[in-house]
Design a protein around this ligand. Structure first.
Ligand code: VGL
Ligand code: ZN
Length: 209
């Protein structure tokens, strides 16, 4: 099987778009570029944040805690978020503006109420796999390109896991947007990715025959 390129669309869901529960500033700006990029890749997959109502990452599920605070959950640092991407709600849907015709499979994450999952590959404790890694390997994928939301959370951790799993990993930075809880978070995340060996590129340079 020839090595193939895959494009991973991370969490392009209404709750992460302007007007959503956990809106990423300017998040909707990436969608037209994502749609133009897809034809350059052999395989397109998507991730979908998909939380039960009682998810432990929601500040509302911890009395006296506020959005943005850090707590320790089962030994892991956990930031508390607004209620977002609740299963079977509008906010959890992939944006309709996203061309989904080439998405061969959607991998849902964050389904276990007790643990968060920023990465599309594993939960934050690396306890359970979503199947994305096996799926890419089974399809002969060697190079993984990542776009979506949010640069400083789900894009970052998806890229770090892709790299660790042995894929040549590219983050297309102009096709991602971040939360930037602190003003430098996106820049810090991109630096961390570069240090881990991830290629941070721009859409003009996103190859492929
Ligand atoms: C995300 C925070 C909580 C993301 C998901 O998609 O980056 N961020 N859940
Ligand atoms: Zn989430």
């Amino acid at each position: 099987m020839n090595p193939r390129n895959a494009l991973v669309l991370v969490d392009i869901q209404y709750d992460f778009l302007p007007g959503g529960a956990l809106a990423v500033p300017d998040g909707d700006a990436i969608i037209p570029i994502v749609n133009q990029l897809q034809h350059r890749f052999d395989l397109v997959v998507a991730t979908q944040d998909w939380h039960p109502e009682d998810h432990a990452s929601f500040a509302a599920n911890h009395s006296g805690r506020r959005v943005g605070e850090l707590i320790v959950l089962d030994g892991l640092e956990q930031r508390l978020w607004p209620v977002h991407c609740v299963q079977n709600t509008y906010g959890a849907e992939l944006a309709a503006e996203l061309d989904a015709s080439r998405i061969s499979r959607v991998f849902r994450k964050g389904v276990d109420p007790c643990i968060d999952s920023y990465s599309g590959f594993f939960d934050n404790g690396h306890r359970r796999a979503t199947g994305l890694g096996d799926y890419l390997h089974e399809h002969g994928v060697a190079q993984v390109y990542i776009v979506g939301l949010a640069s400083d959370y789900c894009v970052k951790f998806t890229a770090l896991d892709a790299q660790r799993l042995g894929f040549a990993t590219y983050v297309i930075e102009d096709v991602c947007r971040g939360v930037n809880l602190a003003p430098n978070d996106v820049a810090l995340a991109l630096n961390e990715l570069r240090q881990a060996g991830v290629h941070v590129i721009r859409s003009d340079d996103a190859v492929v025959a």
